[in-house]
Design a protein around this ligand. Structure first.
Ligand code: NAI
Length: 474
């Protein structure tokens, strides 16, 4: 085999790229994957994995804090941030190592460098050393991912960080301002508050977690207030300056963030989490038909084909939900498409969402407002974890499950349109709801299924059962 020619060349080694490489290799293709940094991309190195690992540290802090409720005396309580950071890095390293082994096991050629697509599916790879190699592929998958958006005047540096820098902060700040109350903002705010920081969220829209069902957002808002998080919505940040009084902890840079109509808040860390933008700089040489849209995403059709024959794009670089599991799914669609297998496209409106703040959020399908906006006549059922036995045993009773279904003529629920959860471990409980929404199952069908007792998932069963017009506990 000519070593510079492959069945498939993948640019980018994050979830989109490595999934494309692994899936294609498992289908028998000869694959090269180009990655300039560490395999695993944003997700493994500076996104999902470190964020959830630190959230788990926060969960341990909460458990220790409430150990006395169970009669368990734990003294003294302190956080050794070096150990915390070390554990987080060890989890990342193990996963990155495992991914490297998987790629090796499937004989994927991994090239360390920056890949640029030229005409006729040529990919030029430039290593950090300046060394160059040109590859050609029968097919190419572009999976260059995304980077944090910034706000003018809030570029990273000093006390200002994005998610890229957040995971390396030298200590837990005494006071933090989180700009943007989306998924990243809420996960960081939740982590910091549980670790002892005084946190303020500044969100431009009228509510945090703008994509979530209103009932879910309300629960998160109340729980965040209980943690002492100050949530300021409908406010724009206007600038920041060094604080004359210095940092609250005596280290770092005390900073005053200006927002709204002349308001300000003092802090030691400013976390900018206002979304992510697709990363296409240096990705494309002139001469290909690959096009980008108004917000910089690579334009693709339903099976992730770009306008250039034989070139697909997947993951955060295209305009779809910026979630690692969506990138996995798109990668499978792209590879099946290039194999001529006529795959079903990913339905962006029905993918599972999981936000790991405390309390956790998980949902699939329409929120109540979105279903009504789409013209559905709906009936909903809401059940709270406060009445669930397992939640009481855990001491985690904040939260609810909400089912949105089409209304039958007799007022009972028909097809399940959306399942929305907030509360303990809901990110691990969504699969039944996700299946119901994507299977286009009806309330009557799903109500037949048993849930173990006592379990948190009983609340999902109970919420569906209630829409049949009869119920047990709800
Ligand atoms: P996001 O788009 O989810 O939220 C950004 C928030 O910032 C929005 O609520 C927006 O209204 C607000 N905002 C924008 N400009 C602002 C300004 N100047 N001042 C104040 N607020 C402003 O983006 P986020 O949270 O940065 O996440 C990026 C992507 O990564 C998203 O697509 C997100 O869904 C995904 N992600 C998902 C996670 C999960 O599902 N667990 C975890 C982390 C990220």
């Amino acid at each position: 085999m000519d070593t510079t020619h492959f069945d498939l060349v993948v640019i980018g080694g994050g979830p989109g790229g490595y999934a494309a490489a692994l899936y294609a290799a498992s289908a028998g293709l000869q694959v090269a994957m180009v990655e300039r940094d560490t395999v695993g991309g944003t997700c493994l190195n500076r996104g999902c994995i470190p964020a959830k690992e630190l959230l788990e540290t926060a969960a341990v802090v909460r458990t220790v804090k409430h150990a006395g409720d169970f009669g368990v005396v734990v003294e003294p309580k302190a956080l050794d941030w070096t150990v915390t950071q070390g554990r987080k890095q060890a989890v990342i390293d193990k996963l990155v190592g495992g991914l490297g082994q998987l790629l090796k096991g499937r004989k994927v050629t991994v090239l360390n460098g920056t890949g640029t697509l030229g005409p006729s599916r040529t990919v030029e790879v430039v290593a950090a050393t300046g060394e160059r190699v040109t590859l050609t592929g029968d097919a190419v998958v572009l999976a260059s991912g995304s980077v944090p958006r910034t706000i003018p005047g809030f570029e990273p540096g000093g006390a200002v960080v994005t998610s890229d820098e957040f995971f390396h902060i030298p200590q837990v700040p005494y006071r933090a301002v989180v700009i943007g109350g989306g998924a990243i903002g809420c996960e960081f705010a939740s982590t910091l508050a549980d670790l002892g920081s005084q946190v303020t969220i500044l969100e431009a829209l009228p509510k945090i977690l703008p994509g979530c069902d209103d009932d879910v957002t309300r629960v998160v808002q109340q729980a965040f207030k209980k943690k002492g998080i100050d949530i300021r919505t409908g406010v724009a940040v206007t600038g920041h300056r060094r604080s004359p009084t210095g940092a609250g902890t005596g280290a770092g840079t005390g900073t005053v963030v200006e927002f709204g109509e002349g308001e300000e808040v003092e802090c030691d860390l400013v976390v900018v989490s206002v979304g992510r933008r697709p990363l296409t700089e240096g990705l494309l040489r002139p001469g290909t038909l690959v096009g980008t849209g108004p917000r910089g995403h690579i334009e693709v059709d339903a099976t992730c084909r770009t306008a250039e024959p034989g070139v697909w794009a997947v993951g955060d670089v295209i305009d779809s939900p910026q979630l690692a599991h969506v990138a996995f799914a798109e990668a499978i669609v792209a590879i099946k498409d290039l194999l001529g297998e006529d795959p079903a496209p990913v339905d962006d409106g029905k993918v599972p969402w999981a936000i790991y703040c405390h309390p956790e959020v998980a949902f699939a399908g329409y929120s109540e407002a979105a279903a009504k906006e789409a013209g559905y006549d709906v009936v909903t059922s809401r059940h709270r974890f406060a009445g669930n036995s397992r939640a009481q045993i855990l001491g985690e009773t904040d939260g609810l499950v909400k089912i949105i279904a089409e209304r039958n003529e007799d007022g009972t629920g028909g097809r399940i349109l959306g399942v929305h959860m907030v509360g303990p471990w809901v990110t691990e409980q969504l699969s039944g709801g996700y299946l119901a929404v994507n299977w286009e199952a009806t309330v009557d069908e799903v109500a037949e299924f048993l849930q173990p007792h006592p379990s948190l998932t009983e609340l999902f069963g109970e919420s569906v059962l209630a829409l049949t017009g009869r119920s047990l506990h709800g």
